[in-house]
Design a protein around this ligand. Sequence first.
Ligand SMILES: Cc1cc2nc3c(=O)[nH]c(=O)nc-3n(C[C@H](O)[C@H](O)[C@H](O)COP(=O)(O)OP(=O)(O)OC[C@H]3O[C@@H](n4cnc5c(N)ncnc54)[C@H](O)[C@@H]3O)c2cc1C
Ligand SMILES: NC(=O)c1ccc[n+]([C@@H]2O[C@H](COP(=O)([O-])OP(=O)(O)OC[C@H]3O[C@@H](n4cnc5c(N)ncnc54)[C@H](OP(=O)(O)O)[C@@H]3O)[C@@H](O)[C@H]2O)c1
Length: 420
Amino acid sequence: MSNWSAKNPYMTKITECYVLNGEGSRKETRHVVFDLGDSGLDYKVGDALGVLAENPANTVDLLIDTAGWDQDHMVTTHNGERTIWEALKKDFEIHRVNKKFVKSLTEKVSSNGMRITVKMIDRYRESVSGQGAGWMGGDSEMGTELLPSIPGDDPVGRVEHLTTDADAMEDYIWSRDYIDVLRDFEVSYTPEEFIEVIDKLKPRLYSIASSHDAHPGFVELTVGIVRYSHHGRDRGGLCTIYMADEVEVNKTDVGVFMSPTKSFVLPEDKSIDIIMVGPGTGIAPFRAFMEQRVHDGGSGKNWLFFGDQSSKTEFYYKDEIESWLDEGHMYRFTTAWSRDQEEKIYVQHRLKEHGAEVWEWFERGAYFYICGDKQYMAKDVHRALIEIAIEHGGMSEEDATHFIEKTMMKEQKRYLRDVY
Ligand SMILES: Cc1cc2nc3c(=O)[nH]c(=O)nc-3n(C[C@H](O)[C@H](O)[C@H](O)COP(=O)(O)OP(=O)(O)OC[C@H]3O[C@@H](n4cnc5c(N)ncnc54)[C@H](O)[C@@H]3O)c2cc1C
Ligand SMILES: NC(=O)c1ccc[n+]([C@@H]2O[C@H](COP(=O)([O-])OP(=O)(O)OC[C@H]3O[C@@H](n4cnc5c(N)ncnc54)[C@H](OP(=O)(O)O)[C@@H]3O)[C@@H](O)[C@H]2O)c1
């Protein structure tokens, strides 16, 4: 047994990190392989891997430059004493501004208020009269009370608006990091004040896409890279950008740990049939399940529902799936390519088309697994299951809901979910 954890991660290397999408795809989904070396780490299919990322060096440099700090200034963080540069690289999330920081601006804009007010007054004078700072007798501070308010431009008013209107706050922080906000409000923080209000860096979890029996000494993931651009700078998700852009294959040390599951497991009885629904990166644990079922050699049938935007660009693990089908390991493979035709086709539509057979499988005791998007897909698939129970099981709405949510999910524990 090993004692690696989020606080004490095993430092290893990524040995492969390649894009699974075909040319012309709107997405970037990668297959990422980690070496488990001499860690003693083991895992079962269904488990997740925890990955500890670092912030990009150029973002750390730009933040330190914008804030006007000395990069060698020593600070104490939850991980000990280190330079502010190292702290911002490894200990904190700096890629998205948090609400606590925006709230902390209240004190900053009022204590810096005079400097900003004078600037704003001068700007206002220019805008209304074209006369610049000479307007109203030259002394900007004297004129403060006489000026009308400047809607949307007054930092004190703006911070008050952000801290009292939840939607405005969400909207503001969605597209910004600390560099944007420091520039926006022209405020200054000491390194100590700054690290007091920002968030500690959290590990990210990924459903494991390999069976350890099929890939001894390695663990593999299917990762959707989060990229976007705001306020003139390209940016994205902390951990996915780290794995895709920052880590050098076979070179950079990356911290990992296992996050075992108790519930998202294969049936112990290998003769039980399973239905797996995993569109997009949701396919990850089902590649692992298939590898394990092939390795274990049971008689249970495997039916995979997979989909993404297009068969031309998002057919992840196509060769492996085709060989499982050819060799009879996969009984059925049902696809839902959402953008290969005019109308959207999703996995829940395919489930309903095959409703009679899905119901037969349920009656024979099949397990049902779902992985991927929690917000929309998992809810729609859940609804489709209830509709299948109504249509093919002849149940009332109430009985069908009870069967799916209580009997299958809670009592029999054969409707299992890994959604995020
Ligand atoms: C149990 C579990 C298993 C998982 N398995 C997988 C898996 O197999 N594969 C996988 O890819 N992921 C998986 N995830 C998700 C994964 O943990 C991360 O959440 C994901 O990779 C994003 O991490 P990140 O650090 O790159 O992004 P973060 O820095 O955490 O940022 C992600 C956030 O960025 C925001 N965002 C997105 N687009 C924009 C935009 N245009 N503008 C502004 N903000 C935006 C969204 O709020 C989003 O939540 C899993 C999660 C869990 C809990
Ligand atoms: N919690 C997090 O931090 C985090 C981070 C990253 C990703 N995620 C989630 O993980 C999901 C996986 O991302 P992904 O890129 O692999 O795949 P995805 O965005 O889920 O897309 C996979 C397929 O599902 C389709 N789809 C869209 N809405 C659907 C619905 N309501 N029901 C069924 N299918 C639907 C998509 O079609 P169209 O695109 O054509 O509509 C596409 O064909 C994301 O959607 C996201 O919600 C969460």
